[in-house]
Design a protein around this ligand. Structure first.
Ligand code: 2RA
Length: 332
């Protein structure tokens, strides 16, 4: 497979290269792509040196798959150009996520929607991915009516500038501000821009993407997305109301047996998911399962995942693996 990684010098792009190597995806040629400013620089992938190329050169190389993490405007401009030469694009930006012509995929949930005709495939937002991986099996069994979610999101979700700001603040040094307020020793109820309805784009991504991935517009979602000074992963406090009642033991068993989910729920021994533990891993970690005693058919849960991995790079690579397995592998 000739695979391009577009945005190879970014935080997520770097994670994509790491995940592609770790999961030993069948790559005959790697094409690292970045801005013209970075073209010509070298990267090392699986012990071999590669030269970063610009977008035009990458398109001319006609990769089989191009995994993008380069922002929405770059994707809107260049994803169609890659698709026009036969490349399948898996895009981590929000550009195509809510487009009715494009699929929004979490492989464990809806990879079956993909066909050979899909040339631009959207990777969901990190805070959405980890939530739906845990909730999809519960929706299937108990039918979700409403989700109230509060997130506690890693600074790495905002990019290297914000991580640098936090680390500089921690050392009492000056840094170029990525945020209008201090990040360290603070929490910021502000991720992405505010919209006319008073919610942020991040919060509305969770509302809209959840419906599309779960294939059910009746699911009501309300979200509060908060930035906190950690780097290992996003955490989410989720209150979910179902149409039907549930047995807590059945919920625990279901979580413990859901692909991609790890149940960490033994509060008597201080066992619960934390970003420090989730960092560098590909699973979604679920804990603090307990019935909401204030209303029927309602469950509280705590969901943690590495936002750069399952929240971005790993989910995108898993889509690529699915495509390779379904549409490229020579069936025995
Ligand atoms: C964030 N989910 O955490 C957004 C985009 N990565 O900033």
């Amino acid at each position: 497979m000739r695979i391009a990684v577009v945005g190879a010098t970014g935080l997520v792009g770097g994670e994509m290269l790491k995940v592609l190597a770790e999961r030993q995806v069948q790559i005959t040629e790697l094409i690292p792509v970045a801005s013209e400013r970075s073209a010509g620089k070298k990267i090392t992938f699986k012990g071999k040196e590669y030269t970063i190329v610009g977008m035009k050169a990458a398109i001319e190389l006609k990769p089989d798959i191009a995994i993008f993490s380069a922002g929405g405007s770059i994707s809107l401009e260049f994803a169609p150009q890659f698709a026009a030469v036969g490349t399948i694009v898996i895009d981590n930006s929000s550009a195509w996520r809510m487009s009715p012509e494009h699929k929004l995929v979490v492989p464990e949930i809806n990879a079956g929607l993909l066909t050979k005709e899909d040339k631009i495939i959207a990777n969901p937002n990190c805070s959405t991915i980890q939530m739906v991986v845990a909730l999809a099996p519960l929706h299937k069994k108990y039918k979700i009516k409403r989700i109230v979610v509060s997130t506690y999101q890693s600074v790495s979700g905002s990019g290297i500038k914000a991580v640098n700001q936090m680390e500089a603040e921690r050392k009492g040094e000056e840094a170029e501000p990525a945020y209008p307020h201090a990040i360290d020793k603070n929490v910021l109820p502000h991720i992405d821009v505010f919209l006319d309805n008073g919610y942020t784009k991040e919060e509305m991504k969770m509302v809209n993407e959840t419906k599309k991935i779960m294939g059910d517009d009746n699911i009501q979602v309300t979200a509060t997305a908060v930035r906190i000074p950690v780097v290992g992963g996003h955490s989410e406090a989720v209150n979910v109301e179902f149409e039907q009642d549930f047995d807590l033991k059945d919920v625990r068993d279901l979580m413990a047996n859901t692909p991609g989910v790890v149940l960490q729920d033994d509060v008597q021994n201080n066992v619960y998911p934390m970003p420090l533990d989730a960092h560098g891993k590909d699973e979604v970690f679920v804990g603090r399962l307990r019935r909401d005693e204030t209303q029927p058919n309602t469950l509280n849960m705590w969901i943690v995942a590495d936002n750069l991995r399952k929240g971005a790079a790993t989910n995108a690579v898993q889509i690529a693996e699915y495509l390779i397995d379904q549409f490229w592998s020579v069936k025995a």
